[in-house]
Design a protein around this ligand. Sequence first.
Ligand SMILES: [Fe+2]
Length: 351
Amino acid sequence: MGSKILLADDDTLVRVAIQKILKMFHHDVVAVGSGRQVLEQVSEDFDVIILDINMPDMDGFETLERLNQQKVDIPVLFLTGAGSMDYAVKAINLGAYDFLTKPIADIELFHVKVKQAAEKKHFLRQEKAYKKNLEREVQVKTQELAEKNILLEQYSNHLENATVQIMSSLQAAMEEKDGYTAGHTKRVTEYAVFLGEAALISHEDMLVLRRASQFHDIGKLVIDLSCIQKPGDLTPEEWELIKKHPEVGASIIEPLTFMERERDIIRHHHEKMDGTGYPDGIGANELDTLTRIITIADSYDAMTSRRNYRRNLSTPEAVGELRRCAGSQFDPDLVEIFAGVVLSARSLYKQ
Ligand SMILES: [Fe+2]
């Protein structure tokens, strides 16, 4: 199949002669008499442009420059009379594809050059299509990847929630053996949430606080419970055993990497502001807000709920005890916020 060729020469005789030769080789030719007409007629459909150099109004070079400016990507063959080095250099600099000499002495050679130029255009078209395809593919893949990432995140969240659910169920089943611990976990979580809300902690921190409260005493479930439930005071050995529960709890949470913060809070929920708590004896500088919240919630419940080895305190008595230990054991600001919450809740309840 022939190619589509745009031919420009101001000399009618030359134009007609070349048009005839090209048609003989079954090419489809649009012949014009000036560079300006080339600019008017040119389109992506053409495979080759043949330009005469010397034309009135706009010569071949200027026409090629304009084509370049318009980003026309069609191989240009220059028609030239006597060969001139100046012309050659100028044409190459402008990005011309080749030269055709006129009058045409060797028709075969002339046609080989035209065919080569057409092949070049064919190659350019393929390259362009390939690039376009590639861009589209990259776009599609990027979109797919973004969608998969969203799915993965959802899946990961589901998995985290499912893990927490399983642990809660397991904990609930184990706590059935010990009614006090079950109620304690629930109440500490409630107090911690009240205090967290009153202290205006972030939504993200609230989630961590809930989980940490839910599992703060999980270590007690693996320690022999018989000593907790027995009446009377605990022996020093029994106390030592009980005091291991924050570490044991933290080690239970350890494999769940998404609960790293909860793990640290569980480990430190018996630490004190003055550094006399356990297991690490860390002080105010290392206790974060969430841990401070839980120590208050935990101690308040221990003071106000019935337990075998401690007298039950009223709300004002327990608040008085929290205030007495503010600074040494508890965060004073949080104690005041908590006191405000529980005392106003109590007065509401009394009304
Ligand atoms: Fe505890």
